[in-house]
Design a protein around this ligand. Sequence first.
Ligand code: FES
Ligand code: FES
Length: 155
Amino acid sequence: MSAMTLTVNGRSYSLDVDPSTPLLYVLSDDLELRGPKFGCGLAQCGACTVIADGRAIRSCVTPVETMDGADITTLEGLGTPESPHPIQRAFIDEQAAQCGFCLSGVILTAKALLDENPKATDAEIQEALSTVLCRCFVHVRMFRAIRRYATERAG
Ligand code: FES
Ligand code: FES
C-alpha cells in the first residue's frame, strides 16, 4: 500500500492503495464515481476515459501511482442534472445517446480535444471520436452534438 493524493473533480483525496491499482478501480470503488465505465479493460474501447491534467486518458490501464498529484476530471465533474455543462447540454439537445455506456468516453474525449484545439476541424473531431467505441451506433448524433458545442463555445 502507498499513500498518495489525487484531485478529482476539484476535490482533494488522500488515498492509501496498492500503487499498481488501475485508476478506474480507485475512482469507482474508493471514490464511488460511476461516470467512467469498465468496458474492455484493455485500452481499446474508451469507456473508462477521464481527463487528467488536460489529457484524455484510459483509466483502466493507468496505474494510480502514475497519477499522484494529478488533477482529474470525470463526467461527474462537468455538470449536474440541474445544471449540465454546455457539452452535456448539446448532447441532450441532439438526443445523442442510446444506452449511454460510452458517453463518458465520448464527451470527455471531445472536451479534451476542444479545450486544446477549439478550432478542431470536423475531420479532427471524427478522428478523436474514432478511438471511442459505441455499440449503439449513435455516432452521427454525437458528432452533431460535439459540433454544436464547438460552435457555441467559439461564440
Ligand atoms: S475499459 Fe478502458 S479502454 Fe475499455
Ligand atoms: S450509446 Fe450505447 S454504447 Fe454508445
